[in-house]
Design a protein around this ligand. Structure first.
Ligand code: NAD
Ligand code: ZN
Length: 355
């Protein structure tokens, strides 16, 4: 069965284009009661950027904290706050920030029109009703959350996204100027998320020309960004993230993401750094790319933490292994349909024990 891939309706790109967000949203404001909610990373609170958010009198500025990556309980609380703000639904939900803030915005826009807790919808195509109009303004690039059909959430039982066609943003505003203040380490980790998306797509068994075309371009852009000083680095990374997301949308990620989900479920390790930690141990799967990744780390003076797993309770390590091995499509993409004979629990455990 071929998948009928849902795309974003509108995309704007260019330095300074954030100034046009107001015009974009104006079209959505039907009358004087229409209002917007800006789901904004609280890293921007009390900054000059805060004043540039095109907030109108009736609008809600909803600061979100992403010290922990998005949880279903947090999404439910935020949705309640938005509902309490007005008797009518907002005309739009605008996510401003990195992958976490964008995923929170996607989730809130879905939960405003779908009853119950967001944990009910962790999975594939469980969402029944279309979301409120939702737009993304990335301020950190690499995850591809701006194009994907998922909003990754950690729930009481699992870390799994709200995957649906309704999850896809209606509008994306790509303004490379907004990447300016990102701390260097974070810029690298999230950028490597994109690099790893491309590697796992290109080296996977699900590869097809659609995914390959996007991944090849994105990986080329990553090389330019992480090996060379370049005045257009932010523009390039923003497009790499977008293309990397397009690539995995029609293929799949692989071993690094599967293992990093296990690590993050048990230790709370954030996605970008978690992927970097894991990737450094994957010579047996992606030898050339792991070497290239190490060169990029060296070039950018990045050092990764070690000894995260040694000394953990056996029970926790077993949970890590079972979360990882529960991700069938990722392993199938990496190793083919007989992956269970290759990636045994013992092998997964021994990989974790080195991290
Ligand atoms: P993030 O959104 O968690 O942000 C990381 C840090 O950077 C935070 O402290 C944030 O406040 C800060 N930050 C963001 N923009 C900044 C800016 N311009 N200036 C200064 N600081 C800034 O990081 P991320 O790597 O973009 O996103 C990770 C999240 O994305 C995880 O929750 C992961 O599960 C999710 N994810 C989603 C998808 C998807 O398709 N939906 C794909 C991959 C990852
Ligand atoms: Zn990723």
């Amino acid at each position: 069965m071929y998948r009928n891939f849902k795309l974003i309706n509108n995309v704007m790109f260019g330095r300074g284009c954030f100034e046009q967000l107001d015009d974009i949203l104006d079209v959505r404001r039907k009358d004087s009661t229409s209002w917007m909610v800006f789901v904004t990373d609280d890293v921007f609170r009390n900054t000059s950027f805060e004043k540039r958010i095109p907030l109108k009198e009736n609008d809600m500025l909803l600061w979100v904290n992403v010290d922990d990556e998005p949880k279903t309980s947090y999404v439910d609380r935020l949705t309640d706050q938005v509902r309490a703000f007005s008797d009518i639904l907002p005309a739009g939900v605008i996510g401003i920030g990195g992958g976490s803030a964008m995923d929170l915005a996607k989730s809130v826009s879905l939960m405003l029109t779908n009853p119950g807790s967001s944990e009910k919808y962790q999975g594939w195509d469980l969402i029944r009703n279309p979301a409120v109009y939702h737009a993304a303004v990335p301020t950190l690039s690499g995850t591809g959350a701006e194009v994907s059909r998922t909003a990754v959430l950690t729930g009481p039982e699992k870390k799994l996204g709200l995957n649906s066609d309704y999850t896809v943003f209606d509008q994306v505003v790509l303004d490379p100027d907004l990447l300016q203040g990102v701390p260097r380490d974070q810029w690298f980790y999230t950028g490597m998320d994109c690099y790893i998306h491309c590697v796992e797509s290109l080296e996977g068994t699900y590869l097809n020309q659609f995914s390959k075309s996007y991944a090849q371009k994105a990986i080329e852009l990553c090389r330019e960004v992480f090996f060379h000083e370049d005045p257009e680095s932010d523009d390039k990374l923003m497009m790499a993230s977008f293309f990397g997301g397009m690539s995995i949308a029609y293929s799949q990620v692989g071993a690094c993401h599967a293992l990093s989900y296990g690590l993050s479920y048990v230790l709370g390790t954030h996605h970008g750094i978690g992927c970097c930690i894991v990737f450094d141990y994957l010579d047996e799967f992606y030898p050339e790319h792991v070497n290239e990744f190490r060169e990029m780390m060296k070039k950018n003076n990045i050092e990764l933490p070690g000894n995260l797993v040694k000394g953990l309770d056996e029970e926790k390590i077993d949970t890590m292994v079972s979360v990882t091995l529960g991700l069938d499509p990722l392993w199938e993409n990496c190793l083919g349909p007989n992956w269970k004979n290759i990636m045994t629990p013992d092998r997964a455990k021994s990989l974790f024990m080195r991290m």
